[in-house]
Design a protein around this ligand. Structure first.
Ligand code: DGP
Length: 112
């Protein structure tokens, strides 16, 4: 079981900001910005490169959920970044697809 599945099952505590039947969003344990939330599908897809056509609706749901998170945490006006790390060069560390939502500071581009 992945660490994010354990969070969804309440086996590991997390500061949850959004949840429904398909997704859960909670604050990152090691935040890289004043707001740093992870949006995670409850059904495990290891990474976006392993998603399938059957995952299309769930992938869309993840992006729509980032909007809910942004609204709840007052990011809509100031802006925010949505990030998916895929594989070693991107720094992926948890093999359970998750979308980072980063906000409340000016983020540089391109990323390091
Ligand atoms: P990535 O590098 O894209 O795979 O991001 C994984 C993120 O998961 C990383 O920013 C830290 C976060 N993380 C890892 N373990 C935990 C945990 O137990 N709780 C929470 N809230 N976040 C975690």
């Amino acid at each position: 079981m992945t660490i994010f599945e354990k969070i969804a099952r309440r086996e590991i505590p997390a500061n949850i900001v959004w949840e429904d039947d398909e997704v859960i969003a909670f604050h990152d344990v090691d935040p890289k910005a004043p707001v740093h939330v992870l949006v995670v599908p409850k059904r495990v897809i290891p990474r976006v490169a392993e998603s399938m056509p059957a995952d299309q609706a769930l992938l869309g749901k993840l992006l729509l959920t980032t909007r809910h998170v942004a609204e709840k945490l007052d990011l809509l006006e100031s802006g925010y970044r949505v990030v998916i790390n895929n594989g070693p060069d991107a720094g992926e560390s948890v093999p359970h697809l998750h979308v980072h939502v980063l906000g409340k500071r000016r983020l540089s581009w391109p990323p390091g």
